[in-house]
Design a protein around this ligand. Sequence first.
Ligand code: CP
Length: 322
Amino acid sequence: MRAQIDSAGGLRHLVTLEGLSRETLLSLLDRAENYRRIPGQPAYEGRELAGVTVSNLFFEPSTRTRASFDLAARRLGAHVLNMDMQSSSRVKGETMLDTVYTLEAMNTDVFVIRDTEAGLPEFLIDHVAPHVSVISAGEAHCSHPTQGLLDVLTIRTHKRRFEGLKVVIVGDIRHSRVARSTAQALTTLGVTDLRLVGPESLLPDENEFRGAQRFTRIEDGLADADVVMMLRIQKERMAVDASLDDAAYFRDFGLTPARLRLAAPNAIVMHPGPMNRGIEIDSRVADGPQSVIREQVNNGVAVRMAVLAAIAATLTRHRLPL
Ligand code: CP
């Protein structure tokens, strides 16, 4: 795969957080903080993406990621094309690469892509023109880099540090691109106490998440945790386990107020969404005082602005002269 960072140190593409330096991550978080506006404040409006065309290609359903990439690009002055992939010529057999070449010929500068196929963003990086960038908005079960960034931004906002934090991720980690990207960012930023909780069938292979502790009892994983991240069960990615019993799962792994009391008193509760209330999380927790779930959504717009702005700044070095 071509490098995500160019020879001058600028962000060129973003398809994985793996291998990105602590400095790169922190610089994106700092940039995102600058863009962040809480609901009720006027949204940031800038011209960082003036003259840039962003094409959003989502081949999987999305609410948060799709809406926030759209808003982020528009708030920075980009032209934005939101392709409706269900009515695109891909249903007539056009390949993904031909779709990308078609939109590239219409002066797309940045492709934002979500797909079920592992490896597709990396493949596109190797095939787009030198003045075009690719951002993954979620790649199969492998990677969701902007979600990882917004998660660590949310944690930094509340905890002001990464070293010494106890972070627990609960749920379907085996199929979760969020868990992978967030864990990569946390490890790079200095978290050493990372715990994975779920039924054995939903925990990742042993060779993944190196250094993390594994638990099959939620009570053990929650003990004294500073950050509790809940994940939904991704039945759409399961070949055989789609028949998991929701009520039994909630009984064994659902985050209830009583279970949350096992974590540190000031623990924050996170969830990337979409939530399945009553399966992985009790509504009293999701809407309770320790929940930062809507802050994660707010940070998602700021992070996507930061990534787009960083890439646009790099693109100016790679575009062709008139
Ligand atoms: N967290 C996340 O990726 O949500 P969407 O699927 O709604 O984009």
